[in-house]
Design a protein around this ligand. Structure first.
Ligand code: URA
Length: 199
């Protein structure tokens, strides 16, 4: 029988599949895209949170399965873990047209699903990927650092309190930065080492 966590996560999946009042839902249907709910260990210690699915993700329904995803997989392996050991998701679950930033209406519509995913999985560490999800999570937990830039915050381990207990928040650069800037790969590796020590 499916665990309680699996059943609750499946309910979220079903709700997002049928989210007909989202403008991104229309875009999903027109393009025969999938929503990207999240995947990984339902008991993961670490949850990675990105921004929103790109084209490849929307075509497959899998988070981080394109070029940035390849780098994320390598970084996860670099710290001795496998993709299946963690949980990977995004703030917004449908692809915005032309990879534009999600707008506030979309964030307000999709973020309650992310909040429920966090409360079901109960990770010890929330690793945010990029400025967008970092801002969302730091605001959600009303952190004093919420107005600081990712340039200052990346690789820091912040203590926060979730409904289910104490957690760590570790802001990271989005893995896509390593596609355009070779030096950022090194910084990401250093920050992933810090993430490993925090978990
Ligand atoms: N970028 C993101 O933020 N999320 C994905 O799932 C893929 C690329």
């Amino acid at each position: 029988m499916a665990s309680n966590k699996t059943a609750q996560l499946k309910k979220i999946r079903d709700e997002i599949w049928n989210l007909g009042d989202s403008s991104l839902y229309k875009y999903r249907k027109q393009n025969k895209y999938f929503p990207v709910i999240g995947e990984g260990d339902h008991n993961a210690k670490i949850i990675f949170i990105g921004e929103a699915p790109g084209q490849k993700e929307a075509e497959t329904g899998k988070p981080f399965c394109g070029a940035a995803g390849k780098i994320l997989d390598e970084l996860i392996e670099f710290i001795g873990l496998k993709r299946g050991d963690v949980y990977i998701t995004n703030v917004v679950k449908d692809r915005p047209p032309n990879n534009r930033d999600p707008n506030q209406v979309e964030i307000d519509l999709y973020s309650p699903f992310l909040e429920r995913q966090i409360e079901i999985i109960q990770p010890e560490v929330i690793a945010t990927l990029g400025r967008f999800s970092t801002k969302f999570i730091l605001e959600k937990f009303d952190m004093p650092e919420k107005n600081q830039s990712i340039t200052l915050l990346h690789g820091k381990v912040l203590d926060a309190i979730a409904k289910y207990g104490p957690i760590k928040i570790v802001p990271l650069y989005h893995p896509a930065v390593a596609l355009y800037n070779a030096n950022s790969r090194k910084v990401l590796e250093e920050d992933f080492n810090i993430l490993r020590e925090s978990a």
